[in-house]
Design a protein around this ligand. Structure first.
Ligand code: SF4
Ligand code: SF4
Length: 405
């Protein structure tokens, strides 16, 4: 049956750009995207592939699939990693607007949410984020632990934005970063329990109407500190604050920097070339590019530049790296945990044999890849492998005489 181009059906709230993308992909359906999708890789249903998602959402907009709870659940099967945009046949061969399946899925989730449909795991994330200020259902005052580790009452040059995942589940990396900043002699501050979620989870789940207040409150709080910039270990926070906040509030009065960018610009202060590795052990390291860092922020060389400056480090690239990086599945940890960990395990299986350490630069990637490494070892017989954040590696080598490596 020949369907009408969606752009001729002026009944949807979806914007023209998204409808154009749907029409473009639907009339092409080349499938060049299939090999890049982590969800399709583990589930192997065409309907969850990027092409399948476009076809299903197209049928929904044609009225062939009804609004329903089941459709809402189906839409959960996307990490919004953006990998399919890199391999998309249209994007690579045809000039003009690009097809972004992550944007198509994101906007469709928003459509369902605005019509009152809900997916239970999302509800818990959203209500905790709105009420407490974090998506994990934890009392936000627990964030105050960090205050014990940071000098108070100083004129801070910048804010160390901790991020929800780091503050609750990657405190080791937060402490590593604080130690490194202290070595640099930097004056910085933290917000403790005044820090609240940046809003990225709500955006990804399609709860757009909740975002405006969160974003304007966060901007006001940061402005009050009178700092020139904020730095964070979390590429999700940085990508969202740098690239999306301005959609709501215009240009920001402060800069937004990822830790790997900051450290790579200050390498002279670290004196890594003078590092004396006690064990003289060679470190065969692969860098896992987080989706938000690589595709979101375009940051791929900075962490590698830091690694290259460490004596004894050999960088061994894993297939699917830099802008083409393979998602770790971390954004599904709360909503589809089994799928999330299976995706991470499959990523671990891609790591070349010679690699001893996976280094990444994202708290969610670190946690999810660690879980994936356990599954890869126990279920698929992979060798055991350590996963570290870049800041953990530096703190370990530079400040603790290489005890854990
Ligand atoms: S954004 Fe990622 S998870 Fe979603 S369809 Fe594309 S490749 Fe698959
Ligand atoms: S590669 Fe692009 S155009 Fe082709 S099916 Fe996938 S999303 Fe559609």
């Amino acid at each position: 049956m020949i369907k009408k181009p969606l752009l001729q059906l002026q009944v949807f709230k979806m914007n023209k750009g998204i409808l154009e993308q749907l029409d473009t992909c639907y009339s092409c359906r080349c499938g060049k995207c299939l090999d890049s999708c982590p969800v399709y890789d583990v589930l192997r249903f065409e309907s969850v592939s990027p092409r399948g998602k476009v076809k299903t959402i197209y049928s929904y907009l044609q009225g062939e699939i009804k609004d329903s709870q089941e459709f809402m659940e189906y839409l959960a099967y996307c990490t919004l990693c953006g990998a399919c945009e890199v391999t998309c046949g249209v994007n690579n061969l045809v000039p003009g607007p690009k097809v972004s399946v992550k944007d198509i899925v994101n906007v469709t989730r928003g459509e369902l949410v605005s019509k009152g449909f809900r997916y239970f795991p999302y509800e818990k994330i959203v209500s905790s984020t709105v009420k407490e200020g974090n998506p994990f259902g934890r009392p936000n005052k627990e964030r105050n632990w960090v205050l014990n580790h940071v000098k108070q009452n100083i004129k801070a040059e910048f804010l160390f934005w901790i991020g929800c995942t780091s503050t609750f589940y990657a405190r080791d990396s937060v402490l590593s970063t604080i130690k490194l900043f202290d070595v640099f002699g930097l004056n910085f501050t933290v917000l403790g329990s005044k820090e609240k979620c940046c809003g990225l989870p709500l955006h990804q789940l399609g709860y757009f109407h909740e975002l405006e207040k969160i974003i304007s409150d966060n901007i006001e709080k940061i402005k009050e500190l009178d700092v020139d910039f904020l730095v964070s270990n979390c590429p999700g926070c940085i990508n969202f604050i740098r690239n999306y906040y301005k959609e709501f509030q215009g240009e920001l009065p402060f800069k937004v920097v990822h830790t790997s960018e900051y450290i790579s610009k200050n390498l002279d202060k670290l004196n890594l070339d003078k590092l004396n590795l006690p064990s003289k052990k060679k470190l065969n390291i692969t860098f896992h590019d987080p989706c938000h860092l690589a595709r979101g922020l375009g940051v791929t060389e900075e962490p590698r530049m830091v690694l290259k400056n460490i004596p004894g480090v050999d960088i061994i690239e894993t297939p699917r790296n830099k802008l083409d990086t393979w998602c770790c599945g971390g954004s599904l940890r709360l909503s589809l945990p089994h799928t999330s960990t299976t995706i991470a395990a499959k990523r671990i299986l891609q790591i070349p044999e010679k690699v001893n350490y996976i280094v990444t630069s994202c708290p969610t990637c670190k946690i999810n890849l660690r879980d994936g490494a356990v599954v890869a070892t126990t279920k698929y017989g992979a060798k055991e492998i350590k996963v570290l954040d870049l800041v953990d590696l530096l703190a370990e080598l530079y400040l603790t005489n290489n005890k854990i490596l």
